[in-house]
Design a binder for this molecule. Structure first.
Ligand SMILES: [Zn+2]
Length: 346
């Protein structure tokens, strides 16, 4: 990466209202069959264009072709019954109706590879592609077959590795695994969560990232955050082992959170995608606010390893809010980039 402080987003961006109901998770598609395929590609083009207009350096598909960051991937696997649904508590936090694992899970064909090739054709910029992580996948399912969270996670890790290798071959520069579950199940993360993640990246030559956040700005998450006290030290439990892992980049929630910035010291040496945009509020950050978060992070992250980013995906936000936040991220990064350059030349 040539640019200092290259900007990116955690992943999702709002969908156009002609494709899906805005400001809603798991929003049903408004188109069908060929029209849906074409609509998703058009939405991807728009999402890319929005990022480019805002001057985002590492671009993504804005997750325009998926209904949800976990379930869309699972829908493409065999061994999972989507008719047979059970209510489970996701991340120990909120009830959701989820599909059931009824047999051995496997990937019959690529899930996102065609979409990634399409994005690759649209731009020469570095592209990042998000996949769900093994632990977050098992946490969004009811398992009636393996009867073991760990066993199922290893199965998913193998499947994710197949998909990741094909995404790399399609020209993806950074493959990111979303693991919000890493912020909840600390013992499991250290026992097998990070190990299964390393299985998912086995043999990859492109860069790899893990995104660990406090979730989308939905009520179940904001209510949970209120119970976490004045200092959020969840990252402390998993950072030491992540620092030792083969993952290249760690993507984190920082701005407006109560995460003590000094915890970043625990992953010294890794590249860090610092969340400088709060996705849980419609208030647009000023460039100076973004810059301030980045300056704080620079105390613990070397400048060449700092990647300004959003706290999480922006899918549930109104489009104009998401777009203004992209601009703020870009402008804030520019302020700090100039400070770093004038310091090194002066
Ligand atoms: Zn997130």
């Amino acid at each position: 990466m040539k640019t200092l402080l290259p900007t990116s987003t955690a992943g999702s961006l709002p969908k156009p209202s002609w494709l899906a109901q805005p400001e809603t998770l798991w929003s049903p598609w408004k188109l069908q069959d060929e029209e849906l395929l074409a609509g998703k590609q058009d939405a991807l083009r728009v999402a890319l264009h929005e990022q480019q207009l805002a001057g985002i350096d590492i671009v993504s598909d804005g997750e325009q072709t998926r209904q949800h960051f976990v379930t869309t991937f699972i829908e493409h696997l065999s061994g999972v019954d989507f008719e047979n649904r059970q209510t489970v508590k996701i991340r120990d936090r909120y009830d959701a109706s989820v599909p059931t694992v009824v047999g051995a899970v496997s990937r019959q064909k690529p899930v996102f590879v065609e979409d990634a090739k399409f994005l690759r054709q649209q731009t020469k910029q570095p592209i990042k592609w998000a996949l769900p992580g093994p632990m977050t996948m098992i946490d969004t399912l009811y398992d009636a077959h393996y009867q073991s969270r760990e066993k199922l996670a290893w199965e998913f890790a193998g499947i994710l590795n197949q998909e990741a290798r094909e995404l790399e071959a399609a020209g993806v520069d950074i493959i990111q695994f979303d693991e919000p579950a890493f912020n909840v199940f600390f013992d499991e993360v250290n026992d097998w969560g990070i190990a299964t993640l390393e299985r998912a990246i086995e043999g990859l030559k492109c860069e790899t990232a893990v995104h660990i956040c406090y979730g989308y700005g939905i009520k179940a998450n904001t209510d949970w955050k209120k119970t976490l006290g004045s200092e959020w030290r969840q990252y402390e439990a998993v950072f030491p082992k992540l620092q030792q892992s083969g993952i290249d980049i760690i993507s984190l929630e920082c701005h407006n959170s109560r995460v003590p910035m000094e915890l970043l010291e625990l992953i010294r040496g890794k590249k860090v995608m610092v969340g400088a945009i709060d996705v849980a509020t419609h208030t647009i950050e000023t460039p100076e606010e973004v810059a301030e978060t980045l300056r704080k992070a620079l105390q613990y992250v070397d400048a060449d390893k700092l990647y300004p980013c959003t706290n999480c995906g922006m899918a549930p936000l109104p489009r104009e809010v998401a777009s203004a936040k992209l601009n703020a991220l870009s402008a804030g990064a520019e302020i700090v980039r100039n400070e770093l350059l004038s310091r090194s030349s002066g």
